[in-house]
Write a protein that binds this ligand. Structure first.
Ligand SMILES: [Zn+2]
Length: 74
């Protein structure tokens, strides 16, 4: 009954997926405003790497069941 085997495998594979926000990196580049200080007359925008909030830095997120789809035949 290979159908059952394939079904189980697909379930395991679809349980986790690469995070769409950080593309599996676990970290994202965020912009933040740097206020002016004694070295600079004006504030500016800089970027830094932070843990991705979507996946908490794991780089993977759990797929929601409805997002897996493709099981209409049952
Ligand atoms: Zn992420």
């Amino acid at each position: 009954m290979s159908k059952i085997g394939n079904y189980v495998v697909s379930l395991q594979e679809s349980a986790m997926t690469s995070c769409p926000d950080c593309e599996g990196d676990g970290r994202v580049e965020v912009e933040y405003a740097v206020p002016h200080n004694f070295n600079r007359d004006v504030g500016y925008l800089d970027t830094r790497m932070e843990d991705c909030e979507t996946c908490s830095g794991y780089g993977e997120v759990e797929l929601e069941e409805e997002a897996t789809g493709g099981n209409n035949g049952y």
